[in-house]
Design a protein around this ligand. Sequence first.
Ligand code: G4P
Length: 524
Amino acid sequence: MSNQDLQTRDSTRRTFAIISHPDAGKTTITEQLLLFGGVVRQAGTVKARKTGNFAKSDWMEIEQKRGISVTSSVMQFDYGGKRINILDTPGHADFSEDTYRTLMAVDSAVMVIDSAKGIEPQTKKLFQICKMRGIPIFTFMNKLDRDGRDPMDLIDELETVLGVQAYPMNWPIGMGKTLEGIFDRYNHRVELYTHAQKSRMVKLDDDNNPIDDPKLAEDDQFKETRDSIDLLDMAGNQFDEAKIATGDLTPVFFGSALVNFGVKTFFDAYLKYAPAPSAHKTQSGDVVEPDENQFSGFVFKIQANMNPNHRDRIAFVRICSGEFEKGMDVNLYRTQKKLRLSNVTEFMANTRENVKTAVAGDIIGLYDTGNFQIGDTIYTGKKPVEFEKLPQFTPELFVRVSAKNVMKQKSFHKGINQLVQEGAVQLYMSYTTNDYILGAVGQLQFEVFQFRMKNEYNSDVNMEPMGHKIARWVEPDQLDEKMSSSRNLLVKDRAGQPLFLFENEFAMRWFKQKYPDVTLTAKL
Ligand code: G4P
């Protein structure tokens, strides 16, 4: 494929994640998008999968119980001349480091907020990772068909709590039972809500008067909305494409995923501003552009045992440049081994299909027999490529772990080492006794760990919960072992770096006062 062709094809890819707190409506909006893409024909398909009423044939057992499916990890479809890749970021108890790492593989994010609740903890965490990456973030204020909070309050909260400028692309006319529609600032029109899942568009003149709709012109709620728009025009942020591109300004869309109101308007505008696949930095400081001919990509997630009969694992690869072709040989940077990529899958909404070609921005799933680790780079050509290391995330939950059967230490150690290398959990050791402590950002990681230890390594493990801790690293030369106590436990990470696990904020403040010269640092 020529460079020009690659450029043309790359530019059609839009790869993003939807971030939200559980119950804000991520599944519902995903489903609407899949409907637009013609991938599902009926609302409820994704929902059914979430609640577990869907084909379960090849899910990992633990995931079956929770109703997460691999096929919903990545959803690909075509819409509006673009090829869309949506990467799932589970929230709630399913929250894990995978969720964070998935955000390393997207070019933009859609943040769904429940307009009755505003910003909730999970949204905040996920937002911060996106902000750190400097990717564009688009906000959908959901559930407009229900009474929610004052829109001005919601915008204000975005700016104060998340520290991002907000530009409302539209503004509600009424809310809940009195919802009449939205004032679409971007398209300069009113989108009326007709309850029949069909919007009616009303054009506006230069003074924001509805053209050919005298009833609307006299409507009190519409007048109120117009006042709000005047205020926003005068005192609000300016629409600024450059700021959207760097994630400093988030365009905000109001709507309702459930009644499919405002979703299409949102998605069409989103696709205008969502970025095409971006360049990726390498460890040596170079940049790999998506239109380079040399194929490259990195592994951001490994999912194991999706089919218990085959014991397979899938390594999810984000393609950064070039074109993947079935059967191609690639180099794995870490081991400098050559691998043939023959068993590769791509992800449609409810099927896994064998992929023949894929380009930058696409996600492919490589059937893995233990070759890959999270963060691995694969590439073709003579020039070695190693993408920047994926960041480590500060774990929040900890357990002490030991083998149930002391005679089976060997398989216990083998299992732990492999699972830690794979990035399933993080491993720490108490400073003096060398007890094993596992750290994670979500409870699911421990459950998966326990399940896989038993199923893949035949090792039953004891896990003693230590609860939430605040992990902070310290410089070895500032450290005195006497600083360790039950409220700030001293441990070391895999690289031997010391860190304290603080019981809570209070314990950390107390420590800082007692040892003002010790610098405490968090990972992400
Ligand atoms: P999630 O993936 O972010 O966890 O949220 P999900 O889409 O599952 O939505 C959570 C709940 O909120 C669901 O209700 C869903 O129907 C509802 N919901 C989503 N979008 C809207 C909206 O625009 N308006 C209103 N009124 N509700 C919305 P549920 O009762 O938990 O589930 P179900 O009984 O509908 O299946």
